[in-house]
Ligand binder design. Structure first.
Ligand code: NAG
Ligand code: NAG
Ligand code: NAG
Ligand code: NAG
Ligand code: ZN
Length: 966
């Protein structure tokens, strides 16, 4: 799965410009009437889901054992949220008939029938199988000779999402049985299980299609199944459809036959053994384009999308990249692509970025479609990244899967790392291996420096909400960082050998991290290379996956011998007052650290192990070192003031002596160490003047990101003016260098966006007026004259400095736009608004799915929350509408935690803290997977309050002195 991180790598404009906003009071008054009219529209129906089947089937409730509304005692097998281990599935037939015509009440339904085949490991009278929102019309059990087993009763037990069937005589160990069911389920636009999506055809008509999203726990919403990842089985799927629709699933079609009326049924080849969460179903009228891999046998790869997107060529980029990536992975893992075909589809409504359904990968449109005339280079990188991510899952996750969700990092960490290899292979111009630290490492560093973080291998994972909460920055970004560190440690050859053996050994099966570590350990021994860490591979790596957090390595020079460096480790937490020993950790917050360092003699490795204390290394190469050279290590590095002084000196005189990844990392480390009170802010700020010379995107992006904390904290501070002045001073050479002519390589184009958006939002007049004239040109031109790369920036600047006519103009463009990425750029521009009544109007529009697709709503909230003029109003709105927002967008949408994070990141007063606490108390029961995010927000707010008290004055002083002197 790829998270819906529409914000990842997005140009986040600081919405805080030091210039006034020209909103006319009169406009506000006039508009209130208009607003009232607009809001007169009926609100969308808030809860359209069909009520659950809570009660046992009354006509069949004949036994005293009927569980009815009882919560279940421990000896009742349905009382546990995890399936009993008595029954082991090995095959299913599934026949589904999604009806794309509305019924009399305006609802869509699907009929289905299914047979589950299973063997019996422990004798039992109960078949407990997952089922959610399905109504049964027939349930029967038989042995494999076809003899019926008589049923006492059956019922659905909603708290644990089960169908429970009680049979007359115990099922015998060693025998196989079948459970056959006929059922009906709602086909709703809820983005879960088998669901309904809609798109607007070229004739403006709404066209419904049926698609699916099973991960992690929604296969049970389309047919009864043993819905745990370790319970692999084969599946014979068939899907019904009427012209002009056809059906797709994981495997190629076997046959399509007319059944009755206009209904056809397509049967698909039986799958390989696989997990239920990887099933994919689609009934649609999409068009496609295809290509073949060059490996033997050649694999057919197709990209499906709305017919219009195919005709416009928006699928061509994905079509061209896909075979290349599949061939590369097959070669890299040395294991061929496991299935006979690879389909990928762009879905108009999709909760995530992408989902790796085996052989039928689904994406939201912005993650698969690309139009070079309309979309930015940033969009192109995003598409490439998500494709490379999902295709890597065809091996990691699909061919081998985690035994249980607590090890979902074995899927997501791998895909998060391997996607970079795939991207780099297809388009090295992106320099993704350098961008890695910005996109993934810094993301992981941020959440993992909180005491509310968690170990990669999770504990107490039981409920769907527990499981959903694991699709977070720890399973993705942090786990990816650990795998990247392992790669640098073992060397490429041993890394690949270990993976190949592991993939071959467990193909079509399930795994745990112990098995993976065993194979790497063995491979490192087999290959002549750096060897395993002292104490062994698993021992060392367990310190990274079984405890949360990461260390800072302190480097001090020995005053008696400047060539001797003393190294020690300490847990790094952002909150300077947090207890670094809490909560308990099996390794006491020490790690087995591969400390790579560079001096003029080259790179060296020194292990710092658990319990090592301080160790000394002799470096004959010079009087300073750069720790974590190449930034492969998942740790920060701090130095004593002498070394920081020398590093600052090199940066400010001859920055190219230091590798660009380390330049970026030095800034990130320094500012975060300063936040954690491990370094004074003067030292961190002293590092920055070299940015006037170093125009590399990697360095600048890291700096802007590190400084963005100042935006959150200083926005309401006296330091804000001098801060803006300093940033404008730093960025001037870059702004002059990039110009407004959109040429150069990819990263130069990224730099242009950075330079222009920073200059415009901090009040560079030349920038604002150029942006305004481009925006006005857009308002009158036939064809959008703004370069695709600059659109978000120009829309944002145009709207933040514009009036309600500008906003209305952009809103109309948004409503009529069919290209999803362009729509996202327009959406972003709309959220830059600074006028309260327009903000309110946008908030109301956002939860109305006539205007905004469900999948896009949380993104709008997040962008509004990054806008200083809108964030408080947005947070109030979210709190007020919490029940509805959580019900509609919260469940199963991984973007949801990001929403809470974005909307509270600037909290830095006691008042805001109290408000957040109250919010938590009032919503404890329904926060669900959002609880962690709220706890993290509380922690962050506490830290922010202290930060302001400690640092505001120091920073103000440094900035004032510096700005006066330039
Ligand atoms: C499904 O079952 C529930 C509970 O028994 C019932 O309220 C609902 O009407 C049923 N739906 C259909 C479509 O039969
Ligand atoms: C379900 O099974 C029955 C009996 O085999 C069959 O006639 C029917 O068409 C199947 N499919 C659906 C969607 O009802
Ligand atoms: C039950 O099914 C399993 C898996 O297909 C098979 O290996 C086994 O031989 C079957 N046992 C019986 C008794 O049919
Ligand atoms: C499907 O796409 C192909 C290739 O672009 C095009 O030739 C064909 O006309 C399209 N079909 C439909 C129904 O749009
Ligand atoms: Zn994934």
């Amino acid at each position: 799965m790829s998270k819906d991180d529409s914000t990842k790598g997005k140009i986040v404009l600081s919405k805080r410009a030091a210039f006034a906003i020209g909103v006319l009071v009169i406009l506000v008054i006039v508009a209130v009437g208009l607003l009232a009219g607009l809001l007169g529209k009926p609100a969308p129906e808030k809860c359209t889901v069909v009520s659950d089947t809570t009660a046992p089937n009354p006509s069949k409730s004949t036994t005293p054992n009927t569980p009815a509304e009882t919560s279940g005692s421990p000896d009742q097998p349905w009382a546990n949220i995890r399936l009993p281990s008595s029954l082991i599935p090995y095959h299913y037939t599934v026949d589904l008939q999604p009806d794309l015509k509305l019924d009399d009440e305006g609802l869509h339904w699907f009929n289905g029938n299914s047979t589950a085949y299973f063997s019996v490991a422990q004798s039992t009278n109960f078949i407990v199988i997952h089922s959610f929102k399905l109504n049964y019309t027939s349930v029967s059990v038989a042995n494999t000779k076809g003899q019926a087993v008589s049923i006492v009763t059956y019922w659905t037990y909603d708290p644990n999402e089960y169908l429970v069937v009680e049979v007359d005589k115990p099922l015998s160990v060693g025998e196989n049985y079948t459970l056959s069911t006929v059922f009906l389920g709602p086909l709703a636009n809820d983005l879960r299980g088998l669901y309904l999506s809609r798109y607007t055809g070229t004739d403006r008509k709404e066209i419904p299609i049926a698609v699916s999203q099973m991960q992690p726990t929604d296969a049970r919403k389309s047919f009864p199944c043993f819905d745990e990842p370790g319970l692999k089985a084969t599946f014979s799927i068939s899907l019904w459809h009427e012209p002009p629709y056809y059906a797709l699933s994981n495997m190629p079609a076997l046959s399509t036959d007319l059944v009755y009326g206009s209904w056809y049924r397509t049967r698909f080849e039986t799958t390989f053994p696989m997990s239920t969460y990887l099933l994919g179903f689609a009934v649609c009228d999409f068009n496609y384009t295809e290509a073949y891999t060059s490996s033997e046998p050649k694999i057919q790869t197709r990209i499906y999308a709305r017919p219009e997107s195919v005709s416009l060529g928006n699928v061509d980029y994905a079509r061209n990249a896909t075979p290349y990536i599949l061939d590369y992975y097959a070669e890299y893992f040395n294991v061929s692509y496991p299935l006979p075909k690879s389909d990928q589809m762009a879905i108009p409504d999709f909760a995530l970025g992408g989902m790796e359904n085996w052989g039928l990968v689904m994406y939201r449109e912005t993650a698969l479609l690309f139009d070079p005339d309309i979309n930015s280079i940033r969009n192109k990188q995003r598409v490439l990244a998500v494709i490379a991510h999902e295709l890597s899952h065809q091996w990691f996750g699909n061919l081998i899967s985690p035994l249980w969700w607590d090890e979902v990092w074995l899927n997501e960490g791998f895909a998060s790392y391997v996607e970079y290899l795939g991207q780099d292979k297809v388009d090295p111009e992106f320099r993704v291996m350098d961008q890695y630290i910005l996109l993934d490492m810094h993301t992981a560093f941020t959440v993992d420096a909180l005491v509310t973080s968690r170990p990669i291998v999770a504990e107490n994972v039981n409920t769907p909400s527990d499981i959903n909460a694991l699709f977070d920055d720890i399973s993705y970004e942090k786990a990816g960082c650990i795998i990247r560190m392992i790669n640098h440690m073992t060397g490429e050859e041993a890394f690949k050998l270990g993976l190949k053996q592991y993939l071959e050994e467990y193909a079509y099966g399930s795994v745990t991290h112990e098995l993976l570590f065993k194979y790497w350990e063995k491979a490192v021994e087999e290959i002549d290379g750096p060897g395993n860490p002292p104490g062994g591979f698993a021992e060392a790596m367990n310190t990274w996956v079984l405890q949360m957090g990461y260390p800072v390595i302190n480097v001090r020079q020995d005053p008696d011998n400047l060539k001797n460096m003393k190294l020690s480790q300490e847990r790094f937490l952002l909150d300077p007052e947090a207890d670094i020993t809490k909560p308990d950790s099996p390794y006491g917050y020490e790690w087995a650290v591969p400390f790579w360092f560079a001096n003029e003699l080259g790179e060296n490795l020194q292990w710092i192990l658990v319990g090592d204390g301080e160790i000394t290394v002799n470096t004959t190469g010079g009087d300073y070192i750069i720790g974590n050279s190449g930034a492969f290590g998942y740790y920060r590095v701090n130095y004593d003031s002498n070394i920081w002084g020398r590093i600052t000196n090199v940066l400010n005189t001859d920055y190219e002596k230091i590798n660009v990844k380390n330049r970026a990392q030095l800034i990130d480390d320094a500012f975060n160490l300063a936040r954690a009170k491990r370094l004074d802010y003067e030292t961190a700020l002293d590092l920055t003047p070299f940015l006037r010379n170093d125009l590399d995107y990697i360095t600048w992006e890291s700096a802007l990101e590190a400084l963005s904390y100042f935006d959150d904290m200083l926005g309401r501070s006296k330091a804000y003016g001098v801060y803006s002045d300093y940033l404008l001073y730093l960025i001037q050479p870059l702004y002059d260098n990039v110009t407004w002519t959109d040429t150069g390589n990819y990263l130069h184009k990224y730099q242009r966006v950075n330079a222009i958006s920073t200059a415009c939002s901090y009040g560079n007049e030349d920038c604002i007026s150029k942006a305004a004239s481009q925006f006005q040109l857009f308002r009158t031109a036939e064809i959008n004259p703004i370069s695709p790369n600059l659109r978000s920036t120009v829309y944002c600047s145009g709207i933040s400095n514009g009036d309600s006519n500008d906003w209305d103009f952009l809103w109309q463009k948004y409503l009529n736009e069919s290209n999803s990425q362009e729509k996202a750029a327009l959406e972003y521009g709309l959220t830059c608004v600074r006028t309260p009544w327009i903000i309110q109007r946008l908030l109301e529009f956002t939860i109305n799915d006539d205007y905004v697709k469900k999948q896009d709503a949380t993104g709008i909230f997040q962008d509004l929350c990054r806008n200083e003029y809108a964030r408080d109003q947005t947070w109030d709105f979210i709190r007020k509408e919490w029940d509805f927002i959580f019900q509609t967008y919260g469940i199963g949408l991984s973007s949801f935690n990001g929403l809470i994070e974005s909307c509270t990141s600037h909290f830095s007063t006691e008042f805001e803290l109290a408000e957040l606490k109250a919010f938590k108390e009032n919503n404890l029961e329904i926060l669900g997977s959002g609880l962690t995010a709220v706890n993290q927000a509380l922690e962050r707010t506490n830290t922010n309050i202290k930060w302001k008290a400690d640092n505001e004055d120091v920073i103000f002083k440094w900035l004032t002195e510096t700005v006066t002197n330039v």
